[in-house]
Design a protein around this ligand. Sequence first.
Ligand code: GLC
Length: 716
Amino acid sequence: MRTFQIDESIIKYSFGDPIKTQAIVLEGTETNKGSLDYLEVSTGENLKLYYHMKTEDIVLGLGENQRGINKRGGIYESFCTDEPLHTPGKKALYGAHNFLLVDGSEKFGIFIDFPGRISFDIGFKHKDKLEIIMSGLDADIYIIRGEGLRAITHNFLKLIGQAYAPPKWAFGYQQSRWGYKTASDVEEIADCFIENDIPCDSIYLDIDYMQDFKDFTVNEERFPNFGEFLGKMKAKGFRLVPIIDAGVKIEKGYDIYEEGIQKGYFCKDETGEAFVAAVWPGKVHFPDFLNEEASKWFGSKYKTLIDYGIEGFWNDMNEPAIFYSEKRLGQAIEVAKQSENENLDIFAFFKLKDAFSNLSNSPADYGSFYHLMDGKKIKHDKVHNLYGYYMTKAAAEGFKEIKPKVRFLLFSRASYIGMHRYSGIWTGDNNSWWEHLLLNIKMMPSINMCGFLYSGADTGGFGGDANGQLLIRWMQLSLFTPLFRNHTAMGHRNQEPFAFEKETTSIIRDIIKLRYSLIPYIYSEYMKALHKSDVYFSTLSFEYDDEISRRVENQLLVGESLMICPIYEENAIGRYVWVPEDMLLWKHMGDSKEVFSIARKGHMYLEAELNEIPIFIKKDKMLIMGKSAKNVEALIGEELFVVAFVSDKASYTYYDDDGKSLEYQDGTYYEILMEIQKTEDDFIITVENYGNEKVKKISFQIFDNNKNITRKTFIM
Ligand code: GLC
């Protein structure tokens, strides 16, 4: 083992010859520290780490995964998996986010930089034992220290580098569905948004826009004059966001296939031939994104769609998902032939059944193809968790070549830590279940801790049918997620805001309008988190150290000023809430009706009818809003509305930038510093403007601890 001091808070322990995954951005200097802090190590066939958890220890982390925010009691895996049914027994979903945060008498972070399969037993087999088993011996282990959970996370986020920023329009509401089959389907949806006076920024194109599911093609019959159509849609106020899948269709004459074969850019099987799997188009090859040349090549192909006017993409099926491989399908058919006309007993029947039901995403297939990484041949399962990351990196680096100055919307299904520097993620194929609304709440802080700020779920649920009530309650959460997209699967009930009865549509309209008023705060908090290596969503324990806050699993902090407590149970007209300090409770009720009250520290029953959105504003904090509009571009932003809860002094730094370019990376952005100081019988407001020429007026609504309101206006 070699050890490296990365900075004053992070030590790297390097075992064997680890694969350079590009998860981190800080290199350290070698030291000669003897053994790991906190953890016991054992090596044999696999590298194993152990930690003895004390009764009070809470273990956070693992990003996009199942169960609670506190991962204790569960067994998990890091192995990017195309898992369409997120039921509690599943150990892995699409992301591999190997960061844990131990919160007890000892507080520290562990990051395991290892791209193969890892198992995390966090008090499952033995309640006090944390056991991490890697499927190999070569790994970099990082131990991260800091003064408290937020500081440890901050140190970790510095290690893995600055998160990706999408263009500002990607903070608007986005509508998706697998099943918008033609240009007129898409236009009809856009028109419904306009007719129903519901703001929206983009409409998604799922696999149906392609010609026979071939990447970088457009079906000309269903989407004639694609470029013109995009222009028309943009004039109406909508951007279109197409999907790109990892598998490239095997088809003579299809340029991507022909070039990939000719240049040897696809993953190879044991015999050195391009590996054949099957996904949507039938048989495909997988581009070898881990091969730098192949990655550049694939990244450059996005140009075809960018040239039409596309400004954002979602990368899918990049675990990579495999419906079946040629070889294993052949074996299954063989079993079927042998079974024909037989009297199948239990063993024979299950052999036949399993031969087919285990065809997809088979570990045997993942162990049967190869990459060329840094000139070395590597078996896929050793680097499996990098595949989606490297596909997405290929896209992002492609964009940089194609249009170096602008931001693109990009998010991916599969991911590994490090990919957050290039894109966001969505949480994949959830269901229209109340349980998945709760899971969405729980995942958000964990995902943020692992670097992915731009994230969100398929609002309303992907699989299954949502009723209006579920969609409303889910929207009341997604209202705060940077990626706010409603997506559903083919074959299920329509899930657009106007697909329900009038009353539901009207409540949803109000939620989406509220989202647009909140964009000044959401964008400001997102970009500040990115610049400061901080999170956007966090658990209450990041701010409050009382025992109840440490254990709350269904309330979140959003940025520096807000706490949200979404309703996630059917037919509920309220819920219990833990208020960790006095807060201002704003109940937004639509029709411009708003009710404010002071929520006192302690437990409370929060009433919230279906049309009511409760938002808690923390003590000595401010919420910044603007006027709503039909899309992000139409947000004028001349007037800001501030709701503040001030018992002593509140300050807020309002961040903004051009929302389009990458200049924020060089420090080109604007800040308005606001301060509200309580005096004996008044509030003194100071405002300092650093470069924001848009804002002309700020209207303050200030509440004191007795709910007295003071209104003031500041003209710039
Ligand atoms: C996958 C994606 C889903 C998409 C579907 C069809 O299941 O996760 O979002 O709609 O493929 O492309």
